[in-house]
Write a protein that binds this ligand. Structure first.
Ligand code: HEC
Length: 114
C-alpha cells in the first residue's frame, strides 16, 4: 500500500516536471511582439517614435512595427556613422547583435503578436 502511494507520488512529480519544462521550452522559443519586440522598441526607439513626445514616424504598435520591419532591421544594422542609422545619432544605445537576432528571428517566424 505504501509503495503504491510512493509510486503514485513519484509519477505525479514526474508528470508535473515534464509539463512545466515543455511549457518553458515553448515560451523561450516563441518570440512575440508583446513579450520581446515592444520592450526593445520602448527601450531604444523612444521618445522619437512613440506618441506624446515623438515627432517621427510612430513605431509604437504591432501594426506599425510589422509594416516597417524591413526598414527597422536595415537601419539598426547600418554602420553607426551612417546618417540613417537608428537609434538616431546613437542617442540611445545601438542594438547588440543578440537583440538584432531576436528581431530577425521574430520576422522569420511570421511576426506573432502574442
Ligand atoms: C533620438 C530620436 C530617435 C530615436 C531614439 C530613434 N529614431 Fe528613428 N528616426 C529619427 C529621425 C530624426 C528620423 C528621420 C530621419 C531619417 O529618416 O533618417 C527617423 C527615422 C526612422 C525611420 C524611417 C521612418 C520613415 O520616415 O519612414 C525608421 C524605420 C526608424 N527611424 C526606426 C527607428 C528604430 C527601429 C529605432 C530604435 C531602435 C529608432 N528609429 C530610434 C529619430 C530617432
Amino acid at each position: 500500500m505504501k509503495l503504491r502511494l510512493v509510486l503514485a507520488l513519484l509519477l505525479s512529480v514526474f508528470v508535473f516536471q515534464f509539463c512545466t519544462s515543455t511549457k518553458k521550452a515553448v515560451s523561450v522559443a516563441t518570440i512575440t511582439y508583446q513579450k520581446d519586440i515592444l520592450p526593445i522598441m520602448q527601450a531604444r526607439c523612444t521618445p522619437c517614435h512613440f506618441p506624446e513626445q515623438g515627432k517621427k514616424k510612430f513605431l509604437d504598435t504591432y501594426g506599425a512595427t510589422r509594416d516597417n520591419i524591413d526598414d527597422i532591421l536595415a537601419r539598426v544594422q547600418l554602420p553607426v556613422t551612417d546618417e540613417k542609422f537608428m537609434p538616431f545619432k546613437s542617442k540611445k544605445a545601438p542594438l547588440s547583435d543578440s537583440l538584432i537576432m531576436v528581431i530577425k528571428e521574430w520576422k522569420l517566424k511570421g511576426m506573432p503578436e502574442g
